[in-house]
Design a protein. Structure first.
Length: 289
């Protein structure tokens, strides 16, 4: 029997977990433990994993259906399950600060939830670190469940019935032009602003950089509310900054967590992480034109 040790990372969320080898098929018990830990802690870090892409994808499949990475899918119609995070290309060459790919990835430095712009957003992201900078390149996390818990009842009731439009082209065209095929593959989608975890009934709101507007509200009123909710969840004391070590596998619950990159000097450092996502179950609606 595995001895699982859980070490909290932040008062509101996050746990470092020892005693589970994610590179081997998990027992039913261990898998149930990981699923429950996702519902409870929202962010899990498993250090010292001897990960490979094959093991990473096999573990992803144990948690559910792997998500087709949206950039490859949108641009080419091909299904690829991995996204590379950082500045190292598949052939091993490093991109510098001035490279277009580095600029594109800086969109990840805005608070967001992965795939919130998809009709069916993701359940979790699984990110494994292969090469990390000595300085910078942390990933910060904050909880929209914690943000929701801090709201007065009146505001909770006000936001309960609302929708929220998440729109990739809206958020990312501020950073760099979005490829037209990619843009066409991701129409804006309307989600519930308040979401409930089906396992434990806990609620959170659902904002971040892709959140564009509240259906039926003016642009300015939408912006005020969405920015206010984002700010409430991301106060300095609410943030956990993950300083990466090679070998870390980190899983976060995209249904309720925000995260962002913090930047690093790409001229100086190599940063290479590989990511998969698991498809969620809560469907939004693509509004009719
Ligand atoms: C991600 C992400 C930010 C970073 O992996 O989904 O947004 O660079 N990462 O740490
Ligand atoms: Mn991300």
């Amino acid at each position: 029997m595995t001895r699982i040790e859980v070490e909290p990372l932040h008062a509101c969320f996050g746990a470092r977990i020892h005693g589970i080898d994610l590179t081997q098929a998990l027992s039913e018990d261990d898998l149930a433990h990981v699923r429950q830990a996702i519902d409870t802690y929202s962010l899990l870090c498993f250090p010292d994993q001897a990960m490979t892409d094959d093991a990473h994808l096999a573990f992803t499949r144990q948690l559910g259906e792997p998500e087709a990475e949206h950039i490859t899918w949108g641009k080419t119609g091909q299904v690829a399950y991995f996204g590379t995070v950082g500045n190292v290309l598949d052939d091993g060459t490093k991109q510098d600060n001035a490279d277009a790919g580095t600029k594109y990835q800086s969109g990840n430095n805005l608070w967001h939830s992965d795939s919130s712009f998809r009709e069916t957003p993701s359940y979790v992201s699984i990110l494994h670190a292969y090469e990390v900078p000595d300085e910078g390149g942390d990933t910060e996390f904050a909880s929209m469940r914690n943000g929701y818990e801090k709201l007065a009842n009146e505001l909770r009731e006000q936001i309960e019935p609302l929708g929220v439009i998440h729109d990739y082209v809206f958020s990312r065209s501020k950073i760099a032009p979005v490829d037209p095929n990619h843009a066409a593959s991701l129409p804006p989608v309307n989600h519930r602003l308040v979401r409930t975890n089906p396992g434990n009934g806990l609620k959170n709101y659902y904002v971040g950089s892709h959140a564009r507007s509240i259906p039926g509200w003016s642009g300015i009123d939408s912006r005020r509310l969405l920015d206010d909710l984002l700010e409430r969840a991301t106060q300095p004391e609410d943030i956990y900054a993950h300083h990466w070590h090679a070998g870390d596998t980190v899983i976060w619950d995209n249904r309720c967590m925000l995260h962002r990159g913090t930047g690093y000097d790409a001229d100086r450092w190599r940063r290479r992480l590989r990511q998969t996502r698991v498809v969620g179950t809560d469907k939004g609606v693509v509004p009719r034109a």
